[in-house]
Design a protein around this ligand. Sequence first.
Ligand SMILES: Cc1ncc(COP(=O)(O)O)c(C=O)c1O
Length: 382
Amino acid sequence: MNYKKYFPIFKKQPNLHYLDSGATALKPQVVIDKMVEYYTDYSANIHRGLYPISERATEEYELAREKVAKFINAKMEEIIFTSGTTDSINLVARAMGLKKDDEVVVEIEAHHSNFVVWQQLGKIVFEITKNTKILAITHVSNVLGQINDIKSIIEQARKINPEIVVVVDGAQAVAHMPVDVTDLDCDFYAFSGHKMYGPTGVGVLYTKAKRQLEMEPAKFGGGMIKTVSTSESTWANGPEKFEAGTPPIAEVIGLGEAIDFINEIGFEEIQKHEKELTEYLLEKIGEINWIKILGSRENKLGLVAMYSDDPKMGTSHDIADILGRDFNVCVRAGHHCAMPLHTKFGIETGTVRASLGIYNTREDIDELIKGLSKTWMIFTKK
Ligand SMILES: Cc1ncc(COP(=O)(O)O)c(C=O)c1O
């Protein structure tokens, strides 16, 4: 099945080969239409107006919360809207009152969003002990593409420290596989709307109900209070406590529509489609003898980071530049916000990353392979 027809960008640019869904996914027409509907039909603020268009906006906003909750098997009150994964993880660190000598276990493969915040506000360690306060893990690596067995990692961690707070970065998982936070038994699960066919500017932080009670607000202002006097304030209950100010209303509503879009296709089909393409991508890359890939070929989502250790080859940026300019193939070059991982592998100039979405076809991969062969010719002929 070719899903390009649902994405208006391909109507104007039928020869666009978009292989950068790991950075952000393209937007289907239904998501764009839903946001335009908000702006044209009921673009009022939420939770405060008592007139019909404001009530409609509130209903749509809260309906999106319900859709998100159902999507990851959580309760509605456990869903906090943020501006993205980065914002969600920063919120956990601040709302849990992390202190400079609190131990946080992170992984070398973590995205900087799930690394730098712990480094700056806490103390990074690489082994869990009874003293570890937070375990920050990645569901799917944005460089290796590997699906981590986080359920068993969480179980093991709780055997060492039953009180450990588990934070999961699910940015690369939610668009490609079903996620059940209740089954995972994590405390927090963070993701971004824009990587799952939704708008930019909106993200989610799932907070286990018990942990939400331990959290202090990280931002202050309108919408998050219960009472305010000249000397003190008290806070609203539930997610509102963490959603100070006017939220990204159109974006939240658009995210709800993106979830409907994913549900309509269904994860069975999404996984089948993307698995078949991932196998094709790995097979074709495997035929090119100067390309190496980072990580294992097993248990991999459609995300492959490539490099060459041939000294004649250009940098990852040179390769991506040629692919974009001459082949209209969009890939990402560099460290993909995972510098410690690239340093560990000794790859200073970064990798070229191709990542798949539901709209990709074999032709996109063929074009990538053609482009890679041309870059090889250009650099080795010099
Ligand atoms: C694994 C992972 N975590 C976190 C992020 C950060 O997401 P955002 O920039 O939407 O906050 C990304 C984005 O590339 C990612 O791939």
